[in-house]
Each structure stands twice: as structure tokens, then as C-alpha cells.
Write a protein that binds this ligand. Structure first.
Ligand SMILES: Cc1cc2nc3c(=O)[nH]c(=O)nc-3n(C[C@H](O)[C@H](O)[C@H](O)COP(=O)(O)O)c2cc1C
Length: 168
């Protein structure tokens, strides 16, 4: 699939088929995250891939939307704040680094015909406990991963002239 086609076709998918995700597809998707750029190449992220049904059930205490659990795979992207590059004024770019890796993963999933949905509205302390995440990692974003049951229409985007200022 052409790169722009991938971007145009990606949607937040909130209904999944039960069909499993093939191992080779999952490997390519995870590798896309691995190849993401990061500030000073510190790569301050870690991915947890959940396929186990019992673990998925326990995550319902962290995020209660039923549709989320229809996907065969759940991925948790974690930040490693201690490993991240910081600017001279102390600003950390760890969230930017994790987000770029996650966007690579999500677009790769789309290119493979798979659906995802960025999820931030979860209880991080529950995710930490259920997935046994150590103190030096912060669970930042979740996504389900699986074949879409339904593909929604595109959502609204501001026109370019509202978000771009050119200085010529
Ligand atoms: C950082 C981030 C956090 C999000 N968190 C949630 C969430 O907690 N629950 C949810 O249903 N969607 C969540 N979304 C999905 C957005 O609602 C969605 O991307 C947006 O409405 C645009 O729709 P689209 O992804 O289909 O283009 C999140 C998206 C981003 C980028």
C-alpha cells in the first residue's frame, strides 16, 4: 500500500473480529516501532504485547470499554523516562519518542490491513499492576490490534490554512 494511502485509510477502530493476528504481521509491526527515530537515539520505549485472555480480562479494571477487549492483541507502549534525552532546560522528550514509535506501529498495522486505536484514558496504576511494569517504566499508550469488524467514516480535520502559517 502506498504511504499516503496508509495514512488516509487509518481509522480508530472500535470493533474487532476474533481472527488472530499472524505472527509474521505482528513481527513486522513491532519492528516498525523499533525503527522509529528518537532524540539522541536513546530509544526510551518498551512494548508489552498481550495475547493471554486472562491478562486481557484483568485489564478491564484499567479500561472498561467492552469493544477494546474484542481485539485478539493489546499492546502497551511504555516510556523509560530515565533513558530519555533531555534538553538543556530540562525538558524531556520521552513522550515524543514513545509517540513516534507508537505511530510507526499504528501505521504499519494499517498497512497490514489491521486496526488499532490510540487509548490514553486508562488507569495507569492498574495497567502497571496487571502487566507487572517496573517503576522505571511508565505505561503511556494502549492499543488493541486486530482485524476491523467495522471501519468508520473519516473524522473531521481542520483545514490546512487553520494549522499552517507560512513565512515567505
Ligand atoms: C494520544 C491519543 C489518545 C487517545 N485516547 C483515546 C481514548 O482513550 N479512547 C478512545 O476511544 N480514543 C482515543 N483516541 C482516539 C481519538 O479519539 C481519534 O484518534 C480521533 O478522534 C480521530 O479519529 P481517527 O483516529 O479515526 O482519525 C486517542 C488518540 C490519541 C492520538
Amino acid at each position: 500500500m502506498d504511504f499516503y494511502e496508509v495514512i488516509n485509510k487509518r481509522r480508530s477502530i472500535r470493533a474487532y473480529k476474533k481472527d488472530p493476528v499472524e505472527d509474521d504481521k505482528l513481527s513486522r509491526i513491532l519492528n516498525a516501532a523499533r525503527l522509529a527515530p528518537s532524540a539522541a537515539n536513546k530509544q526510551p520505549f518498551f512494548l508489552i504485547v498481550v495475547k493471554d485472555e486472562k491478562t486481557k480480562q484483568k485489564l478491564k479494571d484499567a479500561y472498561s470499554q467492552e469493544w477494546f477487549f474484542t481485539a485478539p492483541v493489546i499492546i502497551c507502549a511504555c516510556a523509560l523516562p530515565d533513558k530519555a534525552w533531555k534538553r538543556n532546560d530540562g525538558k524531556t522528550y520521552v513522550d515524543v519518542d514513545v509517540t513516534i514509535a507508537m505511530d510507526h506501529l499504528i501505521l504499519a498495522a494499517s498497512a497490514e490491513g489491521l486496526g488499532t486505536c490510540w487509548i490514553a484514558a486508562f488507569k495507569p496504576e492498574v495497567v502497571r499492576e496487571v502487566l507487572n511494569i517496573p517503576d522505571n517504566m511508565e505505561p503511556l499508550i494502549l492499543t488493541p490490534l486486530g482485524y476491523p469488524e467495522t471501519i468508520p467514516e473519516p473524522t473531521f480535520r481542520k483545514p490546512l490554512d487553520e494549522m499552517v502559517r507560512e513565512i515567505t
